[in-house]
Design a protein around this ligand. Structure first.
Ligand code: 6SG
Length: 208
């Protein structure tokens, strides 16, 4: 039986990196889908540690905060580097990806139509930093010689931004190569082609 459960809205949103990681690692999990109608009744929200989804359960362990979930899976599945220094660098990379994700979520839910072009200008600067990091990587991963949870985070936000602006990686060959390599990993490829992925909207308000 799957030890893991993800409770979330019927969205990619903040669950998508988790789902990509779990698929790629050959893990099974259960999804509990929370509709917006159900959520707005407020009972589940009141029970959540910080009043928000997703929830991740690993047996008796109940986690809130999507990046804590990624770190937990990183520790359990060998996706957190080979020593403390690599772990610190992986944290740093994931935090930089989270900086982009946080700005994206703010744009989508507050000011998408008017703010998009200015957002994309700032995004290019942020992506250029990741481009330089990957240009210096000998292995094609963000840190060390193995995939980490930060690679899945970066991959997810790049997929999301390719939907928003399909040309956004055109001047970043290393990021483009990264997306191609990640997308070609057999279990990720199968997931990205599945209804479980393609039928889910990215966000809860129809913007993308
Ligand atoms: C939003 O922000 O889609 N959780 C969100 N929103 C519901 O009542 N730092 C943590 C983490 O990393 C952030 C959690 C995250 O885990 S997901 C949440 O629980 C709340 O606050 C993004 C998303 N939201 C769509 C949504 C569904 C119900 C309320 C917000 C859209 C707006 C109103 C209805 C549909 Fe809606």
């Amino acid at each position: 039986l799957a030890p893991y459960t993800i409770t979330y809205f019927p969205l990619r949103g903040r669950a998508n990196t988790l789902r990509i990681l779990l698929n790629d690692q050959g893990q099974e999990w259960k999804e509990i889908v929370v509709t917006f109608d159900e959520w707005h009744k407020g009972v589940l929200k009141a029970s959540c540690a910080f009043g928000q989804l997703p929830i991740f359960q690993d047996g008796d362990l109940v986690l809130y905060q999507s990046n804590a979930m990624l770190r937990h899976l990183g520790r359990k599945h060998g996706l957190y580097g080979k020593n403390d220094s690599e772990a610190a660098l992986i944290d740093m990379m994931n935090d930089a990806a989270e900086d982009i994700r946080g700005r994206y979520v703010t744009l989508v839910y507050s000011n998408f139509d008017d703010g998009k072009e200015e957002y994309l200008k700032d995004l290019m600067i942020r992506l250029s930093k990741f481009e330089a990091i990957l240009a210096n990587s000998k292995t094609g991963f963000l840190v060390g010689d193995k995939i980490s949870f930060a690679d899945y985070s970066l991959f997810d936000i790049l997929l999301t931004h390719l939907v928003m602006r399909s040309s956004c990686l055109d001047s970043f060959p290393n990021l483009k190569g990264f997306v191609e390599r990640m997308s070609a990993r057999p279990k990720i490829k199968a997931y990205l082609e599945s209804d479980a992925y393609t039928k889910l909207p990215i966000n809860g308000n129809g913007k993308q």
